[in-house]
Design a protein around this ligand. Structure first.
Ligand code: FES
Ligand code: FES
Length: 264
């Protein structure tokens, strides 16, 4: 399935709104989209525009957000106000505006083409096309290349991730289906420099050759051990039945997972 990035022309996206967020500083309106990053977005874009007005006790400033004109009123000369591009509410600090955006706008109904994905415990705002798979978005839009793509048609298991704790083929899910679900990739297992016990067991036992299937194997093993900390060999075989390896002996993989079970 071709997954080429396209620009949609319909509507004003949440990203565009954020890019156009007007920030009124002492009678000067400055727009910036660094908010996107601060709110957990995967990309940082900076757009600056300046409307200079004369500071008075009460004044009206016209600024532009997402291609539409907004008029905001400041109450005192020299006052700094951070303006929500959705509803024009003003906040005295950037942190307050960020909290408002997250509480009132970013976590609810995505603007057309934009989804908020919960990946490894972080909200990631991504503009997606309807046909983009979760695997494509993880790798190409969020830079999480630990998730591999082998067959891209639900046969090999190299793209296995956890969605709400359940193993799923990321190549077979649309990214825009995954909003509101907890997605865990191989990058989300380690705690700092400390590997997850299953990762450590694969490393200690050199349970890989080319390593391409390894992230998928590990994700399936993690899902198994989280529900069944002491599986039998046949339970390990069943849990890993959807993960193909073209290089090494499956018995080695099973032994490693049983060793991880003993140590985790
Ligand atoms: S790449 Fe997803 S199952 Fe093969
Ligand atoms: S180690 Fe190469 S495919 Fe499994």
């Amino acid at each position: 399935m071709p997954e080429k990035e396209k620009v949609t022309g319909s509507g004003i996206s949440r990203r565009q709104f954020i890019k156009g967020a007007g920030i009124v500083i002492g009678g000067t309106a400055v727009g910036t989209s660094v908010l996107l990053s601060a709110c957990g977005g995967g990309e940082t874009t900076t757009v600056t525009k300046t409307n200079t007005t004369t500071a008075t006790a009460t004044q009206t400033v016209t600024t532009t957000a997402g291609g539409s004109t907004q008029t905001v009123t400041t109450t005192a000369a020299g006052t700094t106000a951070y303006v929500c591009p959705y509803d024009n509410q003003q906040f005295s600090t950037l942190a307050a505006l960020q909290a408002h955006l997250e509480a009132e706008h970013l976590g609810t109904g995505a603007a057309e083409g934009t989804v908020v994905l919960n990946v490894n415990g972080k909200a990631r705002i991504v503009q997606v096309e309807p046909e983009w798979s979760l695997a494509f978005v993880l790798r190409e839009k969020l830079g999480l290349t630990g998730t591999k793509v082998g067959c891209d048609r639900g046969e090999c298991g190299t793209c296995t991730v956890l969605v709400d704790g359940v193993t799923m083929y990321a190549c077979m899910m649309f990214a825009n289906e995954c909003e509101g679900m907890a997605i865990t990739t191989i990058e989300g297992l380690a705690s700092g420099a400390t590997l997850h016990p299953v990762q450590q067991a694969f490393f200690d036992n050199a349970t890989y050759q080319c390593g391409y299937c390894t992230p998928g194997n590990i994700m399936s093993a993690v899902a198994l051990l989280s529900k069944n900390p002491n599986p039998t060999r046949s339970e390990v075989k069943e849990a890993l039945a959807g993960n193909l390896c073209y290089c090494i002996d499956y018995t080695r993989i099973e032994n490693t997972i049983l060793a991880a079970a003993g140590g985790s």
